[in-house]
Design a protein around this ligand. Structure first.
Ligand code: ZN
Length: 113
């Protein structure tokens, strides 16, 4: 993942690897959904990206409009490309339902009662 290291964000990207092989970013703040947000300047225009989407585009090119990058591991802060795949919003929802968000019993995620 050498390409991750250079110039993604203003500060160096750091992550920890968990037992599932996830690269969970620890150096940047998460948003409400648990995604890592970065800001980049492109032609002097500041752009806000979700880091996993940005990582994906660095490897695979641009994400077509309307498509989302899904985590097979259900860890929003994971940037392991092996865990990322492109899909539609509908697929993403179906995937989530199929797997069941609660199965892993992660206590990092907020429980919705
Ligand atoms: Zn992962």
């Amino acid at each position: 993942m050498a390409y991750v290291k250079k110039g993604y964000a203003s500060k160096p990207l750091e992550w920890v690897t968990n037992e599932k092989g996830c690269h969970l970013v620890t150096s940047h703040r998460k948003d409400k959904q648990g995604y890592i947000k970065i800001t980049r300047s492109v032609h002097n225009v500041r752009q806000h990206w979700q880091l996993h989407r940005y990582v994906y585009t660095q490897k695979h090119g641009e994400i077509p409009k309307g498509l989302v990058i899904m985590h097979s591991c259900d860890e929003p802060s994971c940037i392991n490309l092996d865990h990322l795949s492109m899909g539609t919003v509908a697929e993403n929802v179906a995937d989530r339902d199929r797997k069941g968000r609660r199965r892993n019993g992660s206590n990092k995620e907020k429980k919705h009662m």
